[in-house]
Design a protein around this ligand. Structure first.
Ligand code: HEM
Length: 433
């Protein structure tokens, strides 16, 4: 039987299948089409625990060392911080983190808004548009390209390569894209060395902190990762959020009337329809028990943010969009279980009063949130503050500029969805403005 996780139906609506898996237990063994088995973690508590468990490694090079011939990805693509375990991981992450703190991202806000407004100008001139191709895709790629100093004429190629890396494309296409992107970033970094600019890459090249200094190869890996990790994911956050908004007139009206609710809406869209649905990859370095399952050393464990985010054991009415989740007490764990990976990421204990929003518009620790769309633990998404701000501005600009926006599809079933196993998002979103 074909693997249902590879089906077009799963790409369109992954939640029934994920719910069915979760109903059998929070950690389930699934057979892949290559005849192997893999564990899928669908329960929220188990997923959160797995994401922070040191017995689960992200070192793909180590995993594939015993399985030659799997991929010929460029090393810069396969050996990023995302595929490195502590303690090395911390060194790779620390320097880059400085560019993506909520405060650093807040300084980018005027430019992000200007890019969003320019894209909206072009849409508005036409009266109808594909919101994915003409807004949700170009916004994040333009922002990250400007941050890294990728010149305008090169951006289409960078966008294509990074997209090919995630597409359900032939292995050769994926391998070629990985080398093209890696070669491009090598050349860009060499050019930046000649003339340092005000961009993030120049900052990383110039960093003189001996302990954390990155080698040339590490710098190339980081540049590749920043482009790849922050592009398609943010596109899908905007795309999925707009689908939810277009399906709900009352929600659009409410957000237009009170833009202060937008940060809560971004969190809820992240939870309700996570851009990374099925998998964040890990493998077990030793045998251990998780959610009633016995995992053996060497086995692959896919932690599914999409499934965890709709776990009824954690979220009340998980299949509904509810903006007031951050005010209500969800089904919670004891307060001591809320250890923080990053201060602002930690959901608050249920009895803590709501705090005002931070300067970056991120709701304070009164937000239980608790979705796992940005992961959790040491690999918690580095670009989360940037993605949050981009999405908030995107929804605000679209709702304000186009109060009469409506879908231009006959039925929601007719909408095409990207066919990748990892992610969930519309391939296009036709609208009348
Ligand atoms: C890591 C999701 C946007 C850069 C991650 C992880 C997730 C994630 C789930 C952890 C993976 C794991 O533990 O296996 C998302 C989503 C985004 C988004 C849903 C948008 C809505 C961004 C942006 C950037 C970025 C805009 C950068 C510009 C990274 C990096 C890592 C990461 C560098 C690796 C962190 C590490 O290994 O320590 N992201 N991401 N992401 N993300 Fe994001």
């Amino acid at each position: 039987m074909n693997n249902p996780l590879d089906s077009a139906e799963f790409s369109r609506d992954p939640y029934p299948l994920l719910a069915a898996l979760r109903a059998r237990g929070p950690v389930q063994r699934v057979r892949t089409d290559k005849g192997r088995t893999t564990w899928v973690v669908t329960g929220w508590a188990e997923a959160r625990a797995a994401l922070a468990d040191a017995r689960l490694s992200k070192d793909t090079a180590r995993y594939f060392a015993d399985r030659p011939g799997n991929r010929r990805l460029a090393p810069a693509v396969s050996r990023t911080m995302l595929a490195t375990d502590p303690p090395d991981h911390g060194r790779l992450r620390r320097l880059a983190m400085k560019a993506f703190t909520p405060a650093a991202v807040a300084r980018l806000e005027p430019r992000i808004r200007a890019i969003a407004e320019e894209l909206a100008d072009a849409l508005g001139a036409r009266g109808s548009a594909d919101l994915v191709g003409e807004f949700a895709e170009p916004l994040p790629i333009t922002v990250i390209s400007e941050l890294l100093g990728v010149p305008e004429p090169d951006r289409a190629a960078v966008r294509r390569w990074s997209r090919d890396l995630f597409a359900a494309a032939a292995p050769d296409t994926v391998d070629r894209a990985s080398h093209a992107l890696s070669d491009y970033m090598t050349r860009l970094i060499a050019a930046r060395r000649e003339t340092l600019g005000a961009d993030v890459l120049s900052g990383l090249i110039a960093a003189r902190d001996e302990a954390d200094r990155l080698s040339e190869a590490e710098l190339v890996s980081l540049a590749v990762l920043l482009v790849v990790a922050g592009h398609e994911t943010t596109t899908h956050l905007i795309g999925n959020g707009m689908v939810a908004l277009l399906r709900d007139d009352a929600l659009r009206t409410r957000l237009r009337a009170d833009p202060g609710l937008l940060p809560a809406a971004v969190e809820e869209f992240l939870r309700y329809d996570s851009p990374i649905t099925l998998a964040t990859f890990r493998f077990a370095t030793e045998p251990f028990d998780l959610g009633g399952a016995r995992i053996s050393a060497g086995e692959v464990v896919l932690v599914s943010p999409g499934a965890a985010n709709r776990d009824p054991a954690r979220f009340v009415a998980p299949d509904e969009v509810r903006l007031d989740r951050h005010r209500r007490t969800e089904r919670t764990e004891p307060a001591e279980a809320w250890e923080a990976t990053e201060a602002w990421d930690a959901p608050a204990p249920p009895d803590r009063p709501r705090c005002p929003r931070s300067a970056e518009g991120i709701p304070g620790p009164g937000r239980p949130g608790g979705h796992l769309s940005f992961g959790h633990g040491p690999h918690h998404c580095l670009g989360a503050p940037l993605a949050r701000v981009e999405a908030r501005i995107a929804f605000e600009v679209l709702l304000t500029r186009f109060p009469g926006i409506r879908p231009a599809v006959d039925s929601w079933d007719a909408l095409e969805w990207r066919h990748t196993r990892l992610m969930h998002g519309p391939a296009g979103l036709p609208v009348v403005l």
